[in-house]
Design a protein around this ligand. Structure first.
Ligand code: HEM
Length: 160
């Protein structure tokens, strides 16, 4: 091959290789898939109907537990007081899990002030809630998320 012909062939080869390599670096204009937002815990629990059912069973479990039933003796024996307590508990759980509700009851410190609630009583109440969640087959992930929301309230509720 003559030297000039060789140069032309070599030149063409390198240009075509460049084209190949440039093509590889072309921008991909396909839009990235939009991540689906995780629904709120309120929605995953099944909304207000499901939360109301879990709360009613939770209250029944509390009243059946000798460790804490006495704490709710006065509440349980006054229908108006009981209805208000139930309503506020439902509102609180719906609001705290991201539902379209506003909790209008007392803050957790004031609501439990003067009751001298112990850690053991707090634990018994949480067990009554977990039992209700299990009775309604709420998955472990949602149970843990709910307990993660309620757990920090312990410092406001216990010991005064
Ligand atoms: C995470 C745990 C708890 C939550 C989320 C919670 C939530 C509430 C709420 C929303 C109220 C109503 C407040 C109001 O009327 O403004 C309330 C009241 C009350 N709570 Fe709790 N509570 C918890 C733990 C406990 C424990 C451990 C006890 C005792 C063992 C207890 C005993 C009571 C009693 C006796 C009332 C008053 C009910 C009434 O008005 O007659 N709570 N609580």
């Amino acid at each position: 091959m003559k030297r000039s012909t060789f140069m032309v062939v070599a030149g063409l080869l390198s240009v075509s290789m460049l084209a190949v390599s440039c093509k590889k670096e072309e921008k991909d204009d396909t839009p990235a898939p939009t991540p689906t937002p995780t629904p709120s815990l309120y929605t995953r629990l099944g909304g207000d109907g499901a939360i109301t059912a879990v709360t009613d069973q939770f209250i029944q479990n509390v009243l059946a537990d000798p460790t804490i039933a006495d704490n709710f003796q006065a509440t349980g024996s006054d229908p108006y007081r009981f209805a208000l307590f139930r309503e506020r508990l439902i509102d609180q759980l719906c609001a705290a899990t991201g539902g379209p509700y506003t909790y209008t009851g007392a803050n957790m410190y004031d609501a439990h002030d003067g009751m001298n609630i112990t850690d053991a009583e707090f634990g018994a109440l949480v067990s009554a809630l977990v039992a209700s969640l299990n009775q309604f087959n709420v998955p472990a992930a949602e149970q843990n998320e709910l307990l993660g929301i309620l757990g920090p309230m312990q410092t406001d509720i216990v010991g005064h």
